[in-house]
Design a protein around this ligand. Structure first.
Ligand SMILES: NCc1[nH]cc(CCC(=O)O)c1CC(=O)O
Length: 327
């Protein structure tokens, strides 16, 4: 990919704000390297930060502020001029950004699927009755409970290394993680089985990275959005726009077990979405195809199909029973 036809000034340095988990750092380094290749005269560095979402491990995130907890500190750093951009897992980015911030680019998606990780078992089907499966995602919990009512789901928080450590310590027979994170960290061998989208429909934005910037004009006249535009992967950006539209319609909050996954073939996008109660006993699913360049319209149509199946009542029941994190 080549740099944009720049009429804008290229700054001599750029600072990327990132969480300090190994996955977040890998992602920030990836963006740093891509920017350094595009703009060889720019020094790109990373400001590692701990967020409240990383600190609070004992409580369900939905109870203490939700996804925003992973991005807030990074936004403050940008606001105060300590960083120019922030790199996030798109899945952790709230549907509505605070006033003054915007997503400047969505990078090409890694594998969007969920992964089954275990030291003793090859798949969910191989687990004995009563086996303990770790996940703090309401979506994963609902999907597993629906198909494997004989399994016991227990919460599992922390970054990827923490979660793998808890599995290895024997706290769980198996855990479910995003395949993307394991692949990025060079741990694909930990994946015993990939869960098909039919079995475990991914969360909106799963596997995609996003770059966030402050949207106000900069004092130095640098057009950061234009500088970052070459990193945007068009097909991924369109797919996640459709997925995030569904999340937005249903409130995009942590209490909602919601899946939305879009794929693109040529000019056509196919979007599948699902909402369920946390116990997986009630669910609504819908899918539709439409023009790939009108993702929000497709997201809206799929949301309407879900609502016709009484998704609103499902979600109301979920809110009452709200427990762990939705994604
Ligand atoms: N806060 C959880 C989170 N956010 C992004 C990823 C994985 C990478 C991705 O989906 O892009 C994970 C871990 C997981 O779901 O196992």
């Amino acid at each position: 990919m080549k740099a944009a036809d720049l009429t804008t000034a290229v700054p001599s340095k750029l600072i990327i704000a990132s969480r300090e988990s190994r996955l977040a750092m890998w992602q920030a380094e990836h963006v740093r390297d891509r920017l350094a290749a595009l703009y060889p005269n720019t020094t790109v560095s990373i400001l590692g930060m701990t967020t409240r979402g990383d600190q609070i491990l004992d409580r369900a995130l939905s109870k203490v502020g939700g996804k925003g907890l992973f991005v807030k500190e990074l936004e403050v750093a940008m606001d105060e001029g300590r960083a120019d951009l922030a790199v996030h897992s798109l899945k952790d980015v709230p549907m509505e950004l605070p006033e003054g911030f915007a997503l400047a680019a969505v990078l090409e998606r890694e594998d969007p699927r969920d992964a089954f990780v275990s030291n003793d078992y090859a798949s969910l089907d191989a687990l004995p009755d009563g086996a303990v499966v770790g996940t703090s995602s309401l979506r994963r919990q609902a999907l597993i409970a629906a198909r494997y009512p004989q399994l016991v789901i227990k919460p599992l928080r922390g970054n990827l290394d923490t979660r793998l450590g808890k599995l290895d310590r024997g706290d769980y027979a198996a855990i479910i993680l995003a395949a993307a994170g394991l692949k990025r960290l060079g741990l694909p061998q930990r994946i015993r089985a990939l869960l098909s989208p039919e079995m475990s429909l991914p969360a909106a934005g799963q596997g995609a990275m996003a770059i966030e910037i402050a949207s106000r004009p900069r004092a130095d006249g640098v057009d950061l959005a234009a500088l970052l535009a070459p990193l945007n992967h068009r097909a991924t950006g369109l797919a996640v726009a459709a997925e995030r539209k569904v999340s937005k319609v249903f409130g995009g909050s942590c209490q909602i077990p919601l899946a939305a996954h879009a794929t693109i073939a040529g000019a056509t996008m196919h979007l599948r979405a699902m909402v369920a109660t946390p116990d997986g006993k009630r669910s609504a699913s819908a899918e539709l195809s439409g023009p790939a360049d009108q993702p929000e319209q497709l997201g809206l149509r799929v949301s309407e199909l879900l609502q016709q199946q009484d998704a609103d009542a499902i979600l109301a029941a979920c809110r009452e029973a709200a427990a762990p994190d939705a994604w």
